[in-house]
Ligand binder design. Sequence first.
Ligand SMILES: NC(=O)c1ccc[n+]([C@@H]2O[C@H](COP(=O)([O-])OP(=O)(O)OC[C@H]3O[C@@H](n4cnc5c(N)ncnc54)[C@H](OP(=O)(O)O)[C@@H]3O)[C@@H](O)[C@H]2O)c1
Length: 286
Amino acid sequence: MIIGTMRLGEWGSNLSTEELEKFIDACVDLGFTDFDHADIYGHYTEEGRFGRVIKRRPDLKSKIQITTKCCIKLVTPNRPEHSLKSYDSTKDHIIWSAENSIKELGVDQLDVLLIHRPDYLMNPHEIAEAFSLLKDSGKVKAFGVSNFTASQFELLHSFTPLITNQLEISLLHRNAFEDGTLDQCQRLGITPTAWSPFGGGVIFSEKSSPELQKIKKVAADIGQNLDASLDQILIAFLLKHPAGILPILGSTKIDRIRAMKNALNIELSHEDWYRLWEAAIGEEVA
Ligand SMILES: NC(=O)c1ccc[n+]([C@@H]2O[C@H](COP(=O)([O-])OP(=O)(O)OC[C@H]3O[C@@H](n4cnc5c(N)ncnc54)[C@H](OP(=O)(O)O)[C@@H]3O)[C@@H](O)[C@H]2O)c1
């Protein structure tokens, strides 16, 4: 599983450098060494926060893998040159963004660079050229995309090899099971990664909707038999899928991350998987 960094800083728990260092160390000790970033997290501050830990602890560089994303332009005082929220996947922007992420994170290279969202103006020739220059210069090892439809993925993948499509996948957000993106990953042997596996945490809210209450009830029943908690069952639901989905954990609490490790040992039966599916869609399958 992958550790998401979106909520570690300004957009969540605001961990200090010391707290973040402890968090990273604890994740590494658990064997969770993949960290998912994006240039925009914390309004372009999160990579730098992480980089301050790397600066203190350069030994971490050889122990972790870094994914980051580019191409969303947010309007924020940290980027005064942006006047409108937009996407930019031009060659110059991709190269500038990757180099900037390397600098902010304090690493020598990025393990994976993703195009964060499909740019309606994307030119696959230009993206392929940018990726090739970044790879040849040793700045980025591999490339992927996020939130791409199957046809957008097909288009770009025909110009340049992609290793993942990072999608929102959970019992609360089920499009990927039906829109061809997971089928495509299986056909091409590509590993999909799943953001917001808990719907960004709404499933844990006391005041959740009747739909969520139903999922929680069914998950609790299944969990009782398997000695597993709600979060573990939701992760086991993703892990059961034959596409080999890698969940990106969004918690900023190490105890919750630790509990997720045990989800790796939970084997849902087909019927349990479909019990959860039925609860989520509100009816039995056709
Ligand atoms: N590619 C994209 O477009 C995209 C979009 C969004 C996110 N992402 C990536 O995906 C990662 C995960 O997304 P996410 O943060 O939305 O994931 P998530 O795991 O669905 O939601 C995380 C939230 O749920 C809470 N939570 C987690 N486990 C809990 C538990 N057992 N009990 C109660 N609350 C719990 C967390 O609070 P605590 O911190 O208090 O545990 C946190 O607020 C992000 O960090 C980012 O790297 C990518």
